[in-house]
Structure formats: C-alpha cells, structure tokens
Design a protein around this ligand. Structure first.
Ligand code: SF4
Ligand code: SF4
Length: 247
C-alpha cells in the first residue's frame, strides 16, 4: 500500500501498468498537457486546467466486429458493433479509469478520470481535442485525415480515454509523425463525402479536414430510415487498422 506523497511515482506507475496488464488494456502512457489546457477543457471542463498531465488509456477493438461494418445494412451487424466495439469497450475504459483514479488518490495525488464517451462522438465528428489529443501526446499515434487517432499498428481501431492527474509521472517526449501520406481510403469510404482529404496541421480547426455538418446529416438520414445511427466507414477503411491479424 502507498503511504502518501512520499510513495515513488515510478513505482506507482509500475503498479498502474500492472493493473493495465491485468485488465487487458492495450495502451497506457503519460501525456504532458500543460500547454493544451484550452483543448483539454473540451473533455475535462474548467477543472482540467488544474492538472499538468493525463494518462492515456486505449483498448483495441475486436477486428472481426469492426469488419462487420462492411455489411452495415444488416441490423445484427451494426447492433453487434454498437455493443462490443462501442458500449462495452467504453464501459471497460470507464471502469479502468476509475480503478487508476483510486490507486493514484490513495498515493496522495489529485486525479480526475474522464468519461470515455466524449461529448462529441469521436467517430462521428472532428472534436478538436479530446482523448485523441492525449493519445497523440502520449506517443500512440497521429491525427489522420479522418480526424481519428491513427495508431501505427491498429489504425483508428482503438478506443481511448484519459485520466487527469498531478502525480509526477514521466511524460512522453516523442510524438509520432503523420503517416497518412497520399492515402485517401477514408475519403473514398465516407458515404457523406464529409472528409476533405487534408492532412492534420497543428492548431488548425477540425473543420478544415472534415465537415461535421455532412457527417451529422448522414447519421440523421440513417435514423430517419429506421436504422441504427452507426457508420464508422472512416474507421473501417484505414489500411493501418486492416493490417493487424489476430493470432
Ligand atoms: S465515414 Fe461515416 S462516420 Fe466517418 S465522417 Fe463519413 S459519415 Fe461520418
Ligand atoms: S485511411 Fe489513409 S488517409 Fe485516412 S486516416 Fe487512414 S492512413 Fe490516413
């Protein structure tokens, strides 16, 4: 058991890594967010400014379930995706963020686990910041033309959350460079023609890359046809997500 602030941050992070292992968490790392307070406030509210760093936590989505998106006209397929690639993964992320929060607080530091489901759905629109920013700062990927966080091994097929803290963990110092290059797979796959095909640039609004209005209108049209409001084609199409083969 840790006994207050004199407990070693390194040992504490090792303990958190072990917890992550036990909960089949795929990615865990530390992002320095002091410079990004305005963007972090999008997901953390006004209290976010009181925390200098965020733990980024990611779970890889089940490949076979994401692949069901190829046949989105089938209700069972999209229901399966909504359940096991969205709701359940978000619950697991929230539960794990809560466990990490308790562990850190017990050690005498301040902590704030954030909800995995962002106020703005990360697969539907281009939230300027969010768990994607913390994952990027933690060195897990880059922001793609589809506005999703692209991990080199799993593409956008990872769901993320963040835990804010003042625990003095070592912050990641190396971010990955953008590797979208000339690829336009997500642009071609988008049924709403919402993705404009531009590479991410620091400080640029997400609207430069993706029309939120077109994406939203497409979701509304699905609802009007009595279908589940699930698309995810920009997630499915990315070659970085397709290359991983289980087993
Ligand atoms: S592929 Fe679907 S979810 Fe992605 S931007 Fe286009 S309409 Fe939105
Ligand atoms: S599909 Fe291609 S352009 Fe789109 S995010 Fe993935 S690598 Fe980048």
């Amino acid at each position: 058991m840790d006994n207050g602030k004199n407990g070693m941050p390194l040992e504490l992070f090792d303990k958190i890594r072990q917890l992550a292992e036990n909960h089949a968490i795929d990615y865990i790392g530390v992002a320095g967010i002091a410079k990004y307070q305005q963007e972090i406030a999008v997901i953390g509210g006004t209290v976010a400014g009181k925390f200098p760093r965020a733990i980024s936590i990611g779970i890889v989505l089940p490949q076979s379930i994401v692949d069901l998106l190829q046949e989105r006209d089938c209700y069972e397929n999209v229901f399966q995706y909504q359940t096991h690639a969205y709701d359940v993964i978000n619950q697991r992320l929230d539960n794990f963020a809560s466990i990490v929060g308790s562990q850190i607080q017990k050690s005498g530091y301040r902590v704030m686990p954030l909800p995995a489901a962002e106020r703005i759905d990360s697969e539907r629109v281009c939230a300027s910041l969010s768990h994607k920013l913390t994952a990027r700062l933690a060195g897990f990927g880059w922001i793609g033309k589809n506005c999703l966080l692209i991990n080199p091994d799993h593409g956008p097929r990872v769901r993320w959350t963040s835990v804010l803290t003042d625990a003095p963990f070592a912050e990641n110092e190396q971010m990955l460079e953008n590797r979208c290059g000339n690829c336009t797979e997500c642009v071609k796959a988008c049924p709403a023609r919402a993705i404009k095909g531009c590479n991410y640039a620091d400080g640029e609004s997400g609207e430069e890359r993706l029309s939120v209005a077109k994406c939203e209108a497409y979701f509304e049209s699905l609802g009007q046809k009595g279908r589940l409001k699930i698309c995810g084609m920009c997630l499915y199409a990315c070659p970085y997500g397709k290359k991983f083969k289980a087993g």
